[in-house]
Design a protein around this ligand. Structure first.
Ligand code: ADP
Ligand code: MG
Ligand code: MG
Length: 249
């Protein structure tokens, strides 16, 4: 599904990723943890093709294709989804229009016709229900006046509508209350199907009680310094990251 090999990347002339390697197979959930500023968000931004985040060495293949050669939009159409890719408010564009445009872009790529407004409304309403968002959110401007928790529920709704093959969630849990966290986790778990893969960036072990990962990696200093199973997250919760410092070059 995704093979990141010895990836180096810089932002604003600063080297951030320094030899990052991760392999994600279909259906796997990989949690990425690590100290602040270690490059977790940079990794997501480089993978999704956000302008300003430049890969300088190494390779990333996604479903056998050279991901770094693809434009941002192409990456999304190929099935890569970064939650919080669009955290900005887009006044004047309703959430509904925005979501439908995203769904239609993907359908077009698959050689399908646009979804009818009636069908989309039905689908979007059902999806709202699944993430406990009132259907009135569809009419509001994208993220306009949404609370932190609502923005994140909205992102999970977007993810459910787009049915991506690889989902990258960047600190989806930060600032969420327990109920919202449960909604996010339920959403992710409902989408786990043995084929779809997830990269879940989180600061807290707590989320991983709900979204049980196959692997846990510690990203520090721009590369993976330790990998393990879910028990590693518990160990980190108890010991912090300091004990790994020797392994950070
Ligand atoms: P994490 O998500 O692990 O906390 P980030 O990837 O956000 O870490 O940041 C890694 C480093 O890259 C930090 O030192 C941060 O200041 C820097 N960085 C990230 N994005 C930018 C940017 N757009 N401009 C300048 N520096 C950036
Ligand atoms: Mg951070
Ligand atoms: Mg971050």
């Amino acid at each position: 599904m995704l093979n990141i090999k010895d990836l180096y990347a810089k932002v604003e002339e600063k080297d951030i990723l320094k030899g990052l390697s991760i392999e994600v197979k279909p259906g796997e959930v990989h949690a990425i943890m690590g100290p602040n500023g270690s490059g977790k968000s940079t990794m997501g931004n480089v993978l999704s093709g956000r302008p300003g985040y430049e890969a300088t060495a190494g390779s990333v293949t996604f479903k056998g294709k050279d991901l770094l050669e693809l434009e941002t939009e192409e990456r999304a159409r190929e099935g890569l989804f970064l939650a919080f890719q669009y955290p900005v408010e887009i006044p004047g564009v309703s959430n509904m229009e925005f979501l439908k445009a995203a769904v239609d872009a993907k359908r077009k790529h698959q050689g399908l016709e646009e979804i009818s407004s009636v069908d989309f409304l039905k689908l979007a309403r059902e999806t709202c229900k699944r993430v406990n968002l009132d259907a009135s959110f569809l009419k509001r401007g994208v993220n306009e006046g949404f609370s932190g928790g609502e923005k994140k529920r909205n992102e999970i709704m977007q993810m459910m509508l787009l049915e991506p093959e690889l989902c990258i969630l960047d600190e989806t849990d930060s600032g969420l209350d327990i109920d919202a966290l449960q909604v996010v986790a339920d959403g992710v778990n409902a989408m786990r199907d043995g084929k779809r893969s997830f990269l879940v960036v989180t600061h807290y072990q707590r989320l991983l009680d709900y979204i049980v990962p196959d692997y846990v990696h510690v990203l520090a200093g721009g590369r993976i310094v330790k990998s393990g199973d879910k028990s590693l997250a518990l160990e980190l919760e108890a010991k912090g990251y300091g004990w790994l410092e020797n392994e950070v070059v």
